[in-house]
Design a protein around this ligand. Structure first.
Ligand SMILES: *Cc1c(COP(=O)(O)O)cnc(C)c1O
Length: 375
């Protein structure tokens, strides 16, 4: 048994993060102004191949700002996948609008573009796509549908920094996109968020709203009700250190996923996201789903991993199952999301994992699946 606990996720601070944070402290620039905010925004926008990067407090408020900038308000509907972290749907509710939930594809686990059209009504204003665990959504299908119906597309790329769809970076394809830098994301600042867009007007509105609605040319003049959704210079200093090494972070995650796939390929009863051609999946998590032939419940498998000092995390409850949303989906069913959410386990996935860790996790996972099922 390992003496070290292996968490499901952990930030990896392997670059200039500490030096930049110390610089903030040494120079007294600890608040929401300073060079690191500007540099982090510039470097992240450059990485995504977009004109504007706007830092903010976290990925949830990034979604709130994106929807406000698009004019989403009371009476509007926004199409959202049900298999996502709850923040995606909550941001719609913050605007007084209604999330309309859609089931996912069995292979990528992303919202099924083929199920969107039937959910569009005259009230629909936007579609939020989520690149789940870092696998890009089929954006061509979503963008052409949105174009035909004159809808906005928000990419919730909280889990997908650097994911590629047909050679394009996620976060550069929809009208506006959002990222999170929480501790379990592809790169992290502890808490943090970013919006990306090529649309100058949307960028202007987002900056206005996140800065308390203050006219940038007239101090303390607030033409609209805004918010304080700023990122601090210290947070951005960590972010700059992370984004300088983002290609390394992504390559490490892909390498770890390949090890899991190699180790688990011959094990019957497990499946994982199918990577589509011409995409790059960045593996915020490598996640397995226990198929019907596995004799153990998901909870038994997680408990077994824990007994071996490994954290396995259940896939989130789908939004339609949560109390603020469940009463609004009567008569609808989401069989694919229900299956993945009830049988899925996120396995440890973070840049500082070594091959021996991945082998150990794989071995502990296999030993608790019924032996007869191992090929
Ligand atoms: C993490 C996450 C968010 C929220 O980001 P925070 O920084 O935690 O507020 C939103 N959407 C998805 C899909 C996420 O995974």
């Amino acid at each position: 048994m390992k003496d070290r606990f292996i968490p499901v996720s952990a930030p990896t601070l392997a670059g200039n993060e500490k030096r930049y944070v110390m610089d903030c402290l040494d120079t007294n620039w600890i608040s929401a102004r300073g060079k690191y905010v500007d540099r982090f925004e510039e470097e992240f926008a450059k990485f995504c191949g977009v004109k504007h990067g706007i830092a903010c407090t976290n990925g949830t408020v990034a979604l709130h700002l994106a929807l406000l900038a698009l004019g989403v308000g009371p009476g509007d509907e926004v199409i959202v996948p049900t298999l996502t972290y709850v923040a995606t749907a909550n941001a719609v509710r913050y605007c007084g609008a209604t999330p309309v939930l859609v089931d996912c594809e069995p292979e990528t686990w992303n919202m099924d573009p083929g199920l969107i059209e039937s959910r569009i009504t005259p009230r629909t204003k936007a579609i939020i796509v989520v690149h789940l665990y870092g696998h890009p959504v089929d954006m061509d299908a979503v963008m052409s549908l949105a174009g035909r119906h004159r809808l906005f597309v928000v990419e919730d790329a909280a889990e997908a920094h650097g994911a590629l769809y047909r050679g394009r970076m996620v976060g550069s394809i929809g009208h506006i996109s959002t990222f999170s830098f929480f501790g379990n994301k592809v790169i992290s600042t502890g808490e943090g968020g970013m919006l990306t867009t090529n649309d100058q007007e949307l960028a202007r509105i987002v900056r206005l709203l996140k800065e308390q609605g203050m006219d940038p040319k007239r101090r303390y003049w607030h033409p609209v009700v805004g918010y304080n959704y700023r990122m601090t210079n210290i947070t951005a200093a960590i972010g700059l250190g992370q984004v300088e090494m983002i290609d390394w972070h992504i390559q490490r995650r892909i390498e770890i996923a390949r090890w899991y796939q190699e180790n688990l390929r011959a094990v019957r009863g497990l499946s994982w996201q199918v990577e589509k051609p011409d995409t790059r999946h960045v593996f915020q998590f490598f996640t397995v789903v226990l198929n019907g032939e596995v004799a153990r419940t998901r909870e038994e498998v997680i408990a077994h991993l824990l007994s071996r000092r490994i954290e396995g995390r259940p896939v989130v409850y789908p939004v339609h199952a949560l109390p603020p949303y469940s009463d609004r989906v009567r008569g609808q069913s989401f069989p694919v999301a229900d299956r993945i959410a009830s049988r899925g386990i996120n396995l440890p996935t973070f840049a500082s994992l070594e091959r021996a860790d991945v082998d150990y996790v794989s071995e502990c996972l296999c030993e608790c699946l019924a032996p007869a099922l191992t090929a």
